[in-house]
Design a protein around this ligand. Structure first.
Ligand code: ADP
Ligand code: MG
Length: 491
C-alpha cells in the first residue's frame, strides 16, 4: 500500500525580551539555578502578573510578517495541570482568543517549487521551570529561572507532506523570527523548540490518520530524522494490523528513534478558563501602525532585492539571505569591495568554508566584512590575483591584519610591470627548450593545454605574483612569434 505522510508543527519561540512576560525578573540564559525567579514566577500567594508590553509588540510583528489576521482582542487563559516545575499549578497561555490568527508562509522546495503552508494561530504564553536530574544523588532539583519566560507558540496547519517540507517550514519560521529580532533562534539552548505532529494515511484517503506528537528535537537535522523514523514506525504498526495511538513520543538522538512518553491529554483535561488576574489585550490601530512602521526588511523581500540590485542568481540570493547576519555581512563586504558578484563568491566560498570548518557562525568570523571588502578592492585594482588573495585571506583569518598590511608584510603585491614579467618568461623559455620545441611543432588545438605548463612555470618562478593575464598574453606572443619565425626560415 502507498502511504502519505501528514505533518503539522508546533513551534515555541522564546521571545527575546530582557524581562519575563508577567514579571520584571531577567530572562538571561545560564544563571545559577533559581537566581532569576521572583515572587510572581514562583507563584507566591497574593502576587499579580503584569503584562510586558514588548511581548505584545513582538507577537504583532510576527503576525504582520506572516500576513496574519491579528486578534484585536486576545485573552490570557489558565491551562491547569500539576507538575513540579509549575508552582502555580497552571500555566498562563492563550486559548480561545490568541493574539495572532490565521496566516501563512511560503517555503521553497528542492526542485525550486514553492508551497504555501498555513499558520493556524500563534499565541503568547509563559514557559515553565526545569527539572534537573543530574548531580543530585538520585534526587531531582527544580530550577525556576525559566518560569515566566515569554514564548510565542506558533501552530501550523497539517499542510506538510514530507520530513523535507517540515524542515523547510521550520527553517522559514526560524528565519522570520530572527529577521524580526524577536527570538535568537538558538535551538541548543532551547530558545526555538519544534514539536512535530506526524500521522500517515493511505494515499488518496481524505481523513487524517491518528497522530503522534514528537518532542525533544533540538536541531533541523534531528527534526528530519525523527519524522522519518516515526513515519516508518507508524506504517509498520498499521501494516501489521495494529493501530497508531495518539500520544507524545520522545525523540532519542543517540538511538535515532522515538519512544512513548505519555498519552496525549485532550484540551478539556486542562480546564482552560480566562485568567481573572489579567485584562484582555486590546490592540488599537495606532499600536498596530506603530509596529508595522518599525518592521525590518523580511527574508523574501531581501532575496528579491539581492537578485535585482546585485544581479545575483536566485540560488545565491537565497543562500545569502538565509540569515540576517549573513545578509548584512555580504552587503557590507560588497559595499567596500565594489563588485557584488565577487563579494558573493567569496562569502559563499572561502569564508563560509572556513567558518564551517571551525564550526563558527558568521557573527563570530575572525575576518570582518570591512576586512574582506578591503581585500576585494585589491583584487579589483589588480594589486593581487584571485589566487594570491587566498593567501591574504588565510593571513587575515589568522589575525595578521588588514589585506593591505598582509600584502605589504608578505610582499604579495602582484607584478604587473611588463618588463619584469618578460624577463621571467624569457628565463622559463630558455630553461625548457624541449617543451618549447614541442609547443611550436604542435597543432593549434593542442597548444592551449601545453601553454599551461609555461604559465605554471612562470607563476612558480614569480611565487604566484605575476599577473596571470599578462603572463598568458606574453607567453603566447613570444612562443607564437618565434614559432612562426622559425617555420619561415625552413621555407
Ligand atoms: P492540540 O491542541 O492537541 O495540540 P491541535 O489541534 O492544536 O492539537 O494541533 C496541533 C498540531 O497538530 C497542529 O500543528 C496541527 O496541524 C497538527 N495536526 C493535527 N492533526 C494532525 C494529524 N492527523 N496529523 C498530523 N498533524 C496533525
Ligand atoms: Mg497544541
Amino acid at each position: 500500500m502507498q502511504w502519505e505522510t501528514v505533518i503539522g508543527l508546533e513551534i515555541h519561540a522564546q521571545l527575546a525580551t530582557k524581562s519575563k512576560i508577567f514579571s520584571g525578573a531577567s530572562t538571561a540564559f545560564g544563571a545559577e539555578p533559581n537566581t532569576q525567579a521572583c515572587n510572581v514566577d514562583l507563584g507566591l500567594p497574593g502576587v499579580l502578573p503584569v503584562l510586558n508590553r514588548n511581548v505584545v509588540k513582538m507577537a504583532v510583528k510576527f503576525g504582520a510578517a506572516i500576513d496574519a489576521e491579528l486578534g484585536r482582542r486576545s485573552v490570557f487563559a489558565r491551562k491547569n495541570y500539576f507538575y513540579p516545575d509549575l508552582p502555580k499549578g497552571y500555566q498562563i497561555s492563550q486559548f480561545e482568543l490568541p493574539i495572532v490568527g490565521k496566516g501563512h508562509v511560503e517555503i521553497v522546495l528542492e526542485d525550486d517549487e514553492t508551497k504555501t503552508v498555513g499558520v493556524t494561530r500563534a499565541h503568547l504564553e509563559e514557559d515553565a521551570g526545569k527539572s534537573l536530574h543530574e548531580d543530585f544523588h538520585g534526587m531531582t532539583g527544580i530550577d525556576l529561572n525559566r518560569a515566566g519566560t515569554p514564548l510565542l507558540e506558533i501552530v501550523s496547519e497539517p499542510d506538510m507532506r514530507s520530513a523535507k517540507e517540515a524542515v523547510a517550514y521550520a527553517r522559514k519560521i526560524h528565519q522570520v523570527v530572527q529577521y524580526l529580532g524577536i527570538c535568537d533562534g538558538n535551538m541548543q539552548e532551547g530558545s526555538f523548540r519544534v514539536d512535530a505532529n506526524v500521522s500517515v494515511r493511505p494515499m488518496g484517503q481524505e481523513a487524517f490518520g491518528t497522530r503522534a506528537e514528537l518532542k525533544n528535537i533540538n536541531s533541523f537535522r534531528f527534526l528530519e530524522r525523527a519524522i522519518n523514523f516515526e513515519v516508518e514506525r507508524q506504517i509498520d504498526v498499521v501494516e501489521s494490523g495494529g493501530e497508531v495511538v495518539q500520544e507524545t513520543r520522545l525523540y532519542d538522538a543517540n538511538k535515532d528513534e522515538t519512544r512513548s512518553m505519555r498519552s496525549k491529554e485532550e484540551a478539556n483535561d486542562y480546564r482552560y478558563f480566562p485568567d481573572p488576574d489579567l485584562l484582555p489585550v486590546e490592540l488599537d490601530d495606532q499600536f498596530i501602525e506603530s509596529v508595522a512602521s518599525d518592521m525590518p526588511e523580511l527574508p523574501d523581500a531581501k532575496r528579491h532585492r539581492f537578485s535585482s540590485e546585485y544581479g545575483l542568481s536566485a540560488y545565491d540570493s537565497e543562500v545569502l539571505t538565509s540569515s540576517r547576519a549573513l545578509a548584512d555581512y555580504f552587503e557590507a563586504a560588497a559595499k567596500v569591495g565594489g563588485d557584488a558578484k565577487v563579494a558573493a563568491n567569496w562569502v559563499m566560498g572561502e569564508l563560509s568554508g572556513a567558518l564551517n570548518k571551525e564550526g563558527l557562525d558568521i557573527t563570530q568570523s575572525p575576518v570582518s566584512a570591512e576586512q574582506l571588502g578591503g581585500m576585494l578592492q585589491r583584487i579589483a585594482d589588480n594589486a593581487i590575483s584571485g589566487k594570491i588573495a587566498k593567501q591574504v585571506f588565510e593571513a587575515m583569518w589568522a589575525g595578521e591584519g588588514s589585506a593591505d598590511e598582509v600584502i605589504e608584510a608578505k610582499g604579495l603585491k602582484q607584478i604587473t610591470d611588463s618588463g619584469a614579467i618578460e624577463k621571467i618568461v624569457d628565463d622559463v623559455i630558455a630553461a625548457n627548450p624541449d617543451q618549447v620545441e614541442n609547443y611550436r611543432s604542435a597543432e593549434e588545438k593542442k597548444r592551449g593545454k601545453m601553454l599551461g605548463f609555461f604559465v605554471g612555470q612562470v607563476m612558480k618562478a614569480s611565487q604566484g605574483k605575476a599577473n596571470p593575464q599578462q603572463v598568458n598574453k606574453l607567453l603566447r606572443r613570444i612562443l607564437h612569434l618565434r614559432g612562426r619565425g622559425r617555420r619561415h626560415q625552413r621555407w
